[in-house]
Write a protein that binds this ligand. Structure first.
Ligand code: C2E
Ligand code: CA
Ligand code: CA
Length: 266
């Protein structure tokens, strides 16, 4: 217990320093349309380049930043950096991309989140329709009233919403009906990794795609690593995919190169 507490305190102190010294980076992972195989969007994923310890995974520091409240500043920084990068791609003449940004529960509880988002979009001249917010099932349902109000405000700006890690949270699906402003389901990586032959995962993935379609939601699969997984998702009618098969998350410069390559090959 004490060791864990100590580790937290050290990390919290280091995270404060990281915010001040801008030790963070945003990487972008392409999301590819299954019909055209073109990049239609990217997910923004934070990285921490620690001066001594090198790259630290968000899985290690996001939970700590959520617990101590630093996620509010970190999340705002991610949004700002992402919108600045979108503005640069826009100025370079690339076709407008949609960017998905992950949100934590703490950020929603803060209250001022909508104003922050709308200011950052306006300051960078980015249309709300190019931003997608990713939330998990539990975040969406934990404060349903607050969430619904936030979604309504965002919808007025054209912002999209996607359920992250779909299939891993609630056992009851009735919440989907309580969130009429939802746009997309993102099927969790754990199902995609298990896909093979006619197994349970294949049946579940196909059912999730069908359910999304019936609810008029878009559906994306994450963690796609192999051609077999891709073929199966295409067969099911999934709209788009994200995963190492096409590209891992990459830096701003690397994504710019990928976008330029696509323009050349079009
Ligand atoms: P996530 O939102 O589920 O993000 C997808 C994770 O899957 C990313 O890990 C990505 O690198 C990884 N991934 C993508 N394709 C593949 C694949 O084909 N195979 C495998 N094995 N993995 C793949 P990453 O970047 O380490 O992020 C971990 C988690 O940290 C994210 O999970 C998200 O929950 C959180 N996170 C990252 N950036 C942010 C942020 O800016 N804000 C918040 N609140 N959370 C963030
Ligand atoms: Ca995500
Ligand atoms: Ca996910």
């Amino acid at each position: 217990m004490n060791k864990r507490h100590e580790h937290h305190l050290v990390m919290e102190r280091e995270l404060r320093k990281a915010i001040e010294e801008e030790q963070f980076l945003v990487y972008y992972q392409p999301q590819v349309d299954l019909n055209t195989e073109q990049i239609i969007g990217v997910e923004a994923l934070i990285r921490w380049r620690h001066p001594q310890r090198g790259m630290i995974s968000p899985a290690d520091f996001i939970p700590v930043s959520e617990e101590c409240g630093l996620i509010n500043s970190i999340g705002e920084w991610v949004l700002r950096r992402t919108c600045e990068d979108m503005k640069s791609w826009q100025l370079s003449g690339f076709a407008p991309l949609k960017v998905s940004v992950n949100l934590s529960l703490r950020q929603l509880q803060e209250g001022a989140l909508f104003n922050k988002i709308s200011n950052i979009l306006a300051q960078n001249g980015i249309a709300g329709s190019r931003l997608e917010l990713e939330l998990t099932e539990s975040v969406m349902m934990d404060n349903h009233a607050v969430m619904l109000n936030f979604m309504k405000q965002c919808k007025d700006l054209g912002i999209h919403f996607s359920i992250d890690d779909f299939g891993t949270g609630y056992s009851s699906l009735s919440y989907l009906m309580k969130l009429p402003l939802l746009d997309k389901l993102k099927i969790d990586r754990s199902f995609i990794q298990e896909l093979s032959g006619n197994n349970d995962a294949s049946i579940l993935v196909s059912a999730m795609v069908n359910m999304a379609k019936s609810l008029r939601l878009e559906v994306i699969a994450e963690g796609v690593e192999t051609q077999e997984q891709l073929n199966y998702l295409r067969h099911c009618g999934c709209d788009s995919v994200q995963g190492f098969y096409f590209s891992p998350p990459v830096s701003y410069g690397e994504l710019t190169r990928l976008l330029a390559q696509e323009v050349l090959s079009a």
